[in-house]
Design a protein around this ligand. Structure first.
Ligand code: IMP
Ligand code: MG
Length: 170
């Protein structure tokens, strides 16, 4: 296995700031209820919420759909949010959207809890792989159809701690 860097730490951080600025201005008169999807989003989530300037509440869900480098197509919610999000402005934050199956499932799950609004923010979008259309409000980077690791993203739980994004070449 070989790693090929595609986005450096600096490139990632400036994009995170750009997204946070856009979000802070869009939500300037409200409060955000941010929900991070673990484990993949943990680093992006921690970085972006610290750059958002409007009052922000946080919660997490643990969900999974992947094994090795392919989506199983079956989404499991291992842990749900604990807070009540009825009438809140929810911002769902995830690392990457690929087939769209996970975010579509999680979005439908959260909509049943009657938030006032529900928007989605992802750092990476593998658009070419989309199977289910899911409305994404904030996208950091569109990336090619390659398996990527680092900045929270893993291959069998490895590489999450890399401070940059790399393509994993076999
Ligand atoms: P989807 O349901 O196919 O959109 O997959 C979404 C989830 O699969 C993401 O939240 C990631 O956890 C994982 N995933 C998708 N593509 C990659 C990748 O290239 N590297 C690591 N994880 C990925
Ligand atoms: Mg994920």
């Amino acid at each position: 296995m070989r790693l090929e860097t595609i986005f450096s730490t600096e490139t990632l951080h400036s994009k995170v700031l750009e997204l946070a600025n856009k979000i802070s201005s869009d939500y300037k008169d409200s409060e955000i209820f941010a929900i991070g999807i673990l484990k993949g989003a943990f680093i992006f989530f921690a970085d972006i919420i610290r750059a958002i300037t409007v009052p922000t509440y946080i919660d997490f869900m643990i969900a999974s759909s992947y094994q090795d480098t392919s989506s199983t197509g079956v989404v499991k919610i291992h842990s749900d949010i604990s807070a009540n999000i009825a009438n809140k402005d929810v911002l769902l934050i995830d690392d990457i959207v690929d087939t769209g199956i996970s975010l579509n499932f999680i979005r439908n799950h959260l909509l049943k809890k009657n938030p006032a609004t529900l928007k989605i923010c992802v750092l990476f979008d593998k658009k070419a792989r989309r199977v289910i259309e899911v409305p994404i409000d904030y996208v950091g980077f569109e990336i090619p159809n390659e398996f990527v690791v680092g900045y929270g993203l893993d291959y069998n739980n490895k590489y999450r701690n890399l401070p940059y994004l790399a393509i994993l070449k076999k």
